[in-house]
Design a protein around this ligand. Structure first.
Ligand SMILES: [Zn+2]
Length: 240
């Protein structure tokens, strides 16, 4: 199995965007102990790679630094952070954020730099986290290019990968993303397969990986069946 796992915040609040710190530790530990390689997106997307998991965090919540980073360092595993640059050091109440969304403190640049030094690659998630599908082609480009420029200026490395905010894309955003980035990830639920379009890669949302049972089954057929069943439920609920 090859898969990209999505996390937002690692904390104890049980919000829809939260994954419990002890579950995070258990998941990483289970993957390592089961022999499932935790790799970079470069390695995972290499055609010679037959199995592995890539860890990704969206937005840039401060708990990635306080809770996830020590675990990643302990196990010496890489990860990717899809960063929204306009809210660094602030909170996640960007303009299009629903009013009832849980509020999170975001990392500052020092914390993001510490993540990068520890093997977390900082990738693009636009400047202001808009719904790209309602913007013009020019606005889409501005959002992405500004995000890329800020990350490169602050951290000395240009993002290689991109995550669509809210998973919202259309033809123009997909076209631009495939010209600007090596690959782009979505909120489609699923593991990777050979014929995936690299501008529309599926991921496994950690929201559906919250029991210890699934951690130990990730590498097995039952795990795949579980993920597939959650995918169907998710589609029905309209989360895609
Ligand atoms: Zn996001």
């Amino acid at each position: 199995m090859k898969a990209i796992i999505t996390f937002h915040s690692i904390d104890t609040t049980n919000s829809v965007l939260s994954f419990h710190p002890s579950d995070f530790l258990h998941l990483i530990q289970s993957l390592v102990e089961s022999g499932m390689p935790i790799v970079t997106l470069d390695n995972l997307l290499d055609e010679n790679c037959s199995k592995g998991v890539a860890i990704t965090f969206d937005d840039g919540m401060a708990s990635v630094f306080t809770e996830a980073l020590p675990v990643l360092k302990d196990f010496s595993v890489p990860a990717h952070l899809f960063l929204t640059t306009s809210v660094v050091g602030g909170d996640n109440y960007w303009q299009t954020q629903p009013k009832n969304a849980p509020k999170f403190q975001m990392m500052d640049w020092d914390q993001i730099a510490a993540c990068q030094s520890a093997g977390v690659s900082i990738e693009a998630h636009t400047h202001t986290h808009p719904k790209l599908s309602v913007l013009t082609a020019e606005q889409v480009q501005d959002e992405c290019l500004l995000c890329d420029e800020i990350i490169e200026e602050k951290l000395g490395r240009k993002p290689k990968y991109f995550a669509y905010p809210y998973g919202a894309y259309d033809e123009k955003t997909q076209k631009f993303a495939s010209s600007q980035y090596k690959a782009t990830v979505t909120t489609f639920m699923g593991s990777l397969s050979k014929n995936d379009d690299h501008a529309l890669l599926p991921r496994l949302d950690s929201y559906y990986l919250q029991s210890n049972w699934i951690h130990s089954k990730l590498n097995k057929l039952t795990g795949k069946a579980y993920i597939k069943s959650r995918s169907i439920i998710r589609s029905i609920r309209g989360h895609q």
